[in-house]
Design a protein around this ligand. Structure first.
Ligand code: ATP
Length: 724
């Protein structure tokens, strides 16, 4: 269909194919039905996608209504809108609004809305995140599959980003509520308590793994009534007594005739002492003599009986139950609050584990019952135990959400998939509408997202994906880099266009990033060349400690600011937020203002100078490989080598954010192995002695800011600083 040019006034947008290189141009005009634009960082993927959009409308007369563009985050969608509005807005008013530091993000959102409405062709585009797209479809047609008045349930209350109608409760609250209901059953409650005590409080499985099995003197096992005992079997006896509402004393000291000793258990109501005999027990002979003299009963259980719970239970019944009055009340009244009063943190952790499992099984599209069957085969009791407790909660959580018409983020995609599968007429409506489907950051798609994309495809419509397998960093969240690496296998008759010029970074940065990524095996080989000639080298700084590194960084920021770099030109990147905390604190003290981001949140960003901190080896450093608990591994297996490759891709994303200056901060003697993958030719290595941090603060006489000694002018008020 040719688009009505009354809506798109000519000259309103700017296709500028001459500003593209040959490969970018080829991608924009290609008429193939399945296209992948594959390219390293900074090579103009987003630019190509936007130009394609404008080209389709302006040159090919495609109705914007027939175009669907999908991004991964709302921010990315907004950025794309901004770039389209700027390209359409001759007055430059919108660009000025965006650059205006006095406007809040909310005000900018309102302006974005008005400017989008003003340019009808932009307003008629469908430019959404996967979730935004599904939300719209389900609001219109969800009644056919579920309910179109659903509410979104998530981690927090209130509006969820782009979605206004949120559930009045969070996922955590619902899972907690369901767990409480399960705990109405004493059997479930006691099972849960045993699980929490064994694996979260006592952490028995870890002691075994570390080879620090308990000695005879230790009491590492916590019983259901909260006392510590020496062995698993003693813990079993104590728990058995507790479950049967039978009072007992543990290791009560007695002296019937000659000497003091402590039988394991004394059960006053049955008037019996009980010793559990294992290979670690002390000989009983002398003790028995004393019992005889005192005319007391000493019963015994044995370790071999403890190997089989049925035998052990029978033995305990014989010894104890038969000695209690016939009308003895064996029922215990238990309350969740009382039993878990000291274990709030552990219950929270348990609930979080369940929530993570819910997320994974939904993203992997596996039924809870199937997971349980698989988990029961696991060799570890802890894992089997966890799933026996977790699966009923998960199933009840799912029914609860259905009853209340709640959908979580994964549900929005799975429900849309089943809507399309079960209602061809609805799917066809969308297939007919979207003649062009453009997907950004394709390296980050997961199984559900690809299944959804495929449901939009026909032989007539075009799928145009851009991405970079070298920048796939969300494997831990279920994204699957195989879809981009083996694109042609997943999408028949695909054309792959590789862009090979990096316009963002200097030669040394591009070459260093190429060298680093060369160490990954699972990737597509690409040639990436820099378009920016420069002799500037990458700075690697190895301080003796963090204080020295902070001091070095402050000095460098000062130099950059003196060269005219603004706050926006300098970006700090780190693997984990806590690495940045001491830097941030010192920057605040010194009155320095720069922005910091986790690398995961730095996708699409660029800055003239980038500092990457925390480049040390080992746990908490970079790479930081976390295999994940075995609990999750039974549903999503992790592999050390693939995780290391993902860490390297994360490092690649970080270094390729820098346009001109790159500073890599490490510690002397504990350098990240990734640093060693950068050839010396591209770097400049420094480790100088620095003054102590304490005596380097200067006070600005103008605005009272506390500044680092390295400053000559106050970065806040511009006043020249006097030296002490
Ligand atoms: N043909 C070109 N000529 C000049 N500059 C270009 C060209 N293509 C892209 N650029 C510039 O290169 C920079 C990177 O482009 P863009 O952000 O589109 O790359 P990208 O491949 O999406 O990057 P990344 O994957 O690293 O986020 C931008 O500043 C862009 O304007």
């Amino acid at each position: 269909m040719i688009y009505d040019h009354q809506i798109l006034k000519m000259g309103e947008s700017k296709t500028d194919l001459t500003a593209l290189n040959e490969k970018q141009h080829q991608a924009v005009i290609s008429e193939e039905k399945r296209i992948l634009v594959l390219a390293g960082a900074g090579s103009g993927k987003t630019k190509t996608l936007l130009q394609k959009l404008i080209y389709l409308i302006e040159e090919k007369g495609v109705n914007p209504f027939n175009i669907l563009a999908i991004t991964f985050t709302k921010n990315a969608a907004n950025e794309m809108l901004d770039r389209l509005i700027i390209s359409a807005d001759d007055t430059e008013e919108y660009a000025e609004i965006l650059a205006d530091k006095n406007r809040t993000p909310k005000e900018k959102n309102t302006e974005r809305y008005f400017f989008t409405k003003k340019h009808k062709w932009i307003d008629h585009l469908t430019l959404k995140t996967f979730h935004g797209l599904c939300y719209g479809i389900l609001r219109n047609f969800g009644v056919n599959e579920f309910d179109n008045k659903f509410k979104i349930i998530g981690d927090s209350k209130g509006a969820k980003g782009e979605f206004s109608n949120a559930a009045s409760e969070t996922i955590f609250e619902v899972v907690h509520k369901v767990l409480l209901e399960n705990c109405q059953s004493s059997e479930y409650l006691l099972h849960l308590k045993r699980h929490i005590l064994d694996y979260q409080v006592d952490k028995i499985h870890l002691q075994n793994e570390k080879g620090t099995a308990p000695t005879n003197y230790a009491k590492p096992y916590t019983t259901l009534n909260g006392i510590k005992v020496r062995s698993k079997s003693e813990q079993y006896i104590a728990n058995w007594l507790f479950r049967h509402n039978i009072q007992f004393e543990y290791e009560l000291e007695v002296n019937f005739s000659d000497f003091n000793f402590k039988p394991d258990f004394y059960i006053p109501e049955a008037n019996v002492y009980l010793e559990h005999v294992s290979e670690k027990s002390y000989p009983l002979k002398n003790k028995e003599q004393q019992f005889k003299v005192a005319n007391k009963v000493l019963a015994r259980t044995y370790e071999h009986q403890a190997q089989d719970t049925a035998v052990f239970n029978r033995e305990l019944e014989k010894i104890i139950k038969d000695r209690l009055p016939a009308n003895y009340n064996f029922n215990v009244a238990l309350s969740f609050e009382e039993e878990f009063d000291s274990y709030h943190k552990e219950i929270k952790d348990f609930l979080r584990q369940i929530i993570r499992v819910i997320d994974i099984i939904k993203a992997e599209n596996i039924a809870a019952s199937e997971v349980l069957a698989g988990a029961q085969q696991d060799q570890h009791q802890r894992v089997r135990d966890f799933y026996t407790l977790a699966i009923p909660v998960i199933e009840q959580y799912q029914s609860y959400c259905i009853n209340k018409s709640y959908l979580d983020f994964n549900d929005m995609i799975t429900t849309t998939i089943s809507l399309f599968k079960n209602h061809n007429e609805i799917a066809n409506k969308y297939r007919d509408q979207f003649k062009y489907i453009l997907v950004d950051e394709f390296q980050d798609v997961n199984n559900l997202q690809v299944e959804l994309i495929k449901l939009f495809l026909t032989n007539e419509n075009q799928l145009f994906c851009v991405g970079d397998d070298w920048q796939s960093i969300y494997g831990f969240r279920g994204s699957n880099v195989d879809y981009i690496i083996n694109f042609a296998r997943h999408f028949k008759n695909a054309e792959t266009i590789k862009l090979n010029i990096n316009y963002r970074s200097t030669e040394n940065i591009v070459n260093a990033s190429n060298e680093v990524i060369r160490h990954n095996k699972f990737k597509v080989d690409k040639e990436v060349l820099s378009n920016k000639k420069s002799n500037r080298k990458i700075h690697i700084h190895a301080g003796k400690n963090e204080a020295e590194n902070i001091q070095y960084v402050l000095g460098q920021i000062q130099k950059l600011k003196e060269k005219g770099y603004t706050k926006e030109d300098i970006l700090f990147l780190y693997r984990r937020s806590k690495m940045y905390a001491p830097y941030k604190e010192r920057f605040e003290q010194a009155g320095v203002s720069v922005s910091g981001n986790t690398i995961h949140a730095s996708k699409g960003l660029e800055a003239r100078a980038v500092f990457i901190i925390g480049l040390t080896e080992g746990s908490g450093g970079f790479p930081d490989i976390w295999m994940g608990d075995r609990i999750y591994q039974v549903i999503r297996e992790s592999n050390h080598d693939l995780l290391l490759e993902e860490e390297r891709r994360l490092f690649y994303v970080a270094i390729t954010r820098a346009k001109d200056d790159l500073f890599l901060i490490t510690e002397k003697g504990n350098e990240s192995s990734f640093l060693k993958e950068i050839p010396d030719d591209f770097t400049f290595k420094i480790s100088l002695p620095f003054k102590s941090v304490i005596d380097t603060i200067k006070l600005c006489q103008g605005c009272n800011a506390r500044l680092d000694e390295a400053f000559t002018y106050c970065p806040h008020c511009g006043r020249k600083l006097e030296s002490d």
